[in-house]
Design a protein around this ligand. Structure first.
Ligand code: DAH
Length: 333
C-alpha cells in the first residue's frame, strides 16, 4: 500500500506537469479523483487494511488528495491565464474605418476646386437676406410666385432666408468693379415638404463671370470643362432653353446619363439626359441694379444644386439619406 501510494504520487505529479490544455487536465482529474479514480479506489481500500496501518495510510492518502487537488486547480488557473494572454496571429484584423468628409462637403470642395482652377474666386454671402438682394435686384417681378409666403421662409420685415445663392452675385458686383469671376457655395431655404428630391434646406453653388465680350460660348466652354472634370471626359453636355428672371437668354444644362450612358433608364426617365444646372447670360437689368453699364459689360451666370449633383454622382435615390448621418450609408460613399 505504501508503495502503491508512492508510485501514484510519482506518476501523477509528473503527468500533471505535462498537461497542456483543459481537456487533458479534466481527464487527468477524473483518472485520479473520479468515482472510479485511482486515488478514490485507494481510499476505499483503506477500510480493508489491518487496523494498525489504517491511521498512517489514511493520513498519507488524504495528504496526497489535498496536494493533488490544489495542484489541479493551480494548473487550471495557469491554463486559463495562458489562454487569455495568448494571441492568434493568423486571425483576420478588424477593419479600420477612417473618418472622412461628408459627401456634400466633398462634392462642394471638388466643384469649387475645378472652378478655382478656371480662375474663379470663392465668395460667400449671408443666409438671411433681404427681399432686395434675393429677388428685386435679380429682376424678379413683384408678383413672382417665389416671393409668396407659401414658397419662402419670411422673417420680420423685409428679411427672409435666402431661397438661392444668386444674391451673392449682387453683393460681389456691388463691391467690386468688373471683371468678375466668382463662385459661391451655400445653404438655401424653401418651404418644401421633404420627399425623395426636396428638403426645406439644401445647398447651391452659384457662378458668375462679367467682363467685356463675355458670350454664351464662354458659358458653354466653362461648363463643359466643369462637366468633364467632375463627371468624366466621356460625358456629353447639352443646353436646352429655360427661363430665369435674372438671365436672358436662360438655359438648362444636362449631361448624358451617367447611369446608362445615354441609353435610357429609370434615373434619366428614359430620356438619356440628366439636368444638372440652370444658367444664362446675365440680364441687363441685373447689371443696371449694381451700376454696371450693360452696354460695356456682359456676363454669364449659373447655379447648381449640390445635393442633386451629389445624388447623381453617387447614385443616391433619396436626398434625405444625405442628412440622416447613418454611418452605414456614409461609409459606402
Ligand atoms: N438660382 C436659380 C435657382 O435657384 C439657379 C440659377 C439658374 C442660378 C440660372 C443662376 C442662373 O445663376 O444663371 O433655381
Amino acid at each position: 500500500m505504501w508503495e502503491k501510494l508512492a508510485q501514484l504520487k510519482k506518476k501523477y505529479l509528473s503527468l500533471l506537469e505535462k498537461v497542456e490544455n483543459q481537456e487533458e487536465l479534466e481527464s487527468l482529474r477524473i483518472e485520479i479523483l473520479g468515482r472510479k479514480g485511482v486515488l478514490t479506489s485507494l481510499l476505499k481500500g483503506i477500510k480493508d487494511l489491518p487496523p494498525e496501518l489504517k491511521p498512517e495510510v489514511g493520513k498519507q492518502a488524504n495528504q496526497f488528495k489535498a496536494l493533488i487537488t490544489s495542484l489541479l486547480s493551480k494548473k487550471q488557473e495557469e491554463l486559463k491565464s495562458k489562454k487569455e494572454h495568448s494571441f492568434d496571429y493568423t486571425l483576420p484584423a478588424f477593419p479600420i474605418y477612417k473618418g472622412k468628409l461628408h459627401p456634400l462637403t466633398r462634392v462642394t470642395k471638388e466643384i469649387l476646386d475645378i472652378f478655382q482652377h478656371l480662375g474663379f474666386q470663392v465668395f460667400t454671402g449671408p443666409e438671411i437676406e433681404t427681399d432686395h438682394y434675393n429677388f428685386q435686384s435679380l429682376n424678379f417681378p413683384p408678383d413672382h410666385p417665389a416671393r409668396d409666403v407659401q414658397d419662402s421662409f419670411h422673417l420680420k420685415g423685409e428679411y427672409l432666408l435666402r431661397t438661392q445663392t444668386s444674391p451673392v452675385q449682387i453683393r460681389v458686383m456691388e463691391k467690386y468693379p468688373p471683371p468678375i469671376r466668382m463662385i459661391s457655395p451655400g445653404r438655401c431655404f424653401r418651404r418644401d415638404t421633404p420627399d425623395a428630391t426636396h428638403l426645406p434646406m439644401f445647398h447651391q453653388i452659384e457662378g458668375l463671370a462679367v467682363d467685356k465680350n463675355i458670350r454664351f460660348t464662354d458659358l458653354k466652354g466653362v461648363l463643359g470643362e466643369f462637366v468633364h472634370a467632375f463627371f468624366g471626359e466621356e460625358v456629353k453636355m447639352r443646353f436646352t432653353p429655360s427661363y430665369f428672371p435674372f438671365t436672358e437668354p436662360s438655359a438648362e444644362a444636362s449631361i448624358s446619363c451617367i447611369i446608362c450612358a445615354g441609353k435610357g433608364c429609370r434615373t434619366c426617365s428614359f430620356t438619356g439626359w440628366l439636368e444638372i444646372l440652370g444658367a444664362g447670360m446675365v440680364h441687363p437689368n441685373v447689371l443696371k441694379a449694381v451700376n454696371y453699364n450693360p452696354e460695356r459689360y456682359t456676363g454669364f451666370a449659373f447655379g447648381m444644386g449640390v445635393e442633386r449633383i451629389t445624388m447623381l454622382k453617387f447614385g443616391i435615390n433619396d436626398i434625405r439619406l444625405l442628412y440622416e448621418n447613418d454611418i452605414r450609408f456614409l461609409r459606402q460613399i
